[in-house]
Design a protein around this ligand. Structure first.
Ligand SMILES: [Zn+2]
Length: 196
């Protein structure tokens, strides 16, 4: 499956999809990153938000697509790197009333490929390590990590739009609900940061 998708990216010299205003290409869930880096390839396309199980655990089920572009390269120091960008419209739970609200999320990131966790320590702090095993990279995991890292830490409705009014909050009823561990991008964030 990854191969057919790669083949699709390779042909046509890139200009066809670079100019296309609407992306419809589906990114594969696994790629061969060393080859892509050696050829300085760019992968650009969509991934279904519904495929991200950990994201759903954090902020509830999502629909629609994530838009991703990944530039694979070998840098001047000989490191294999990926410069990436992602963008999506998510439905994130309001911290007060917990009902979903639309949020635009985007981020840019720089990844350094490593063949083992030990080697991650040798990367400069500007690079986030990504583990390449058997010359394969799990794109789904990598992109999901980045998406979770890019979540806003807290989102609230405007007071007028929120189902929990300020009165309820101060009387304690709503406050209890809002302190549920609920959406905890914090914990995930800590976990991910701890790795680097
Ligand atoms: Zn609300």
């Amino acid at each position: 499956m990854a191969r057919t998708a790669n083949g699709g990216f390779d042909r046509g010299g890139g200009s066809a999809y670079h100019c296309a205003p609407m992306l419809t290409t589906r990114l594969p869930s696994r790629v061969e990153p060393y080859k892509l880096a050696a050829r300085s390839e760019r992968l650009e396309g969509l991934m279904a938000l519904a495929d991200f199980a950990r994201l759903a655990e954090e902020v509830g089920p999502q629909s629609g697509d994530l838009r991703v572009s990944l530039d694979f390269a070998i840098d001047a120091q000989g490191r294999r790197v990926i410069r990436g960008r992602l963008e999506a419209e998510l439905q994130l739970p309001c911290r007060r009333c917990l009902s979903p609200m639309a949020q635009h999320v985007e981020s840019e990131f720089l990844l350094g490929m490593v063949a083992s966790d030990d080697l991650a320590a040798e990367l400069p702090s500007t690079h986030e390590p990504v583990l390449v095993e058997d010359e394969q990279l799990n794109l789904l995991t990598v992109v999901e990590d980045e998406l979770i890292l890019s979540l806003p830490q807290v989102v609230y409705h405007e007071e007028a739009d929120c189902e929990v009014s300020r009165d309820q909050l101060t009387s304690g009823e709503g406050a209890a609900a809002s302190q549920e561990p609920a959406a905890s991008p914090f914990d995930v964030l800590k976990h991910l940061k701890g790795k680097s």
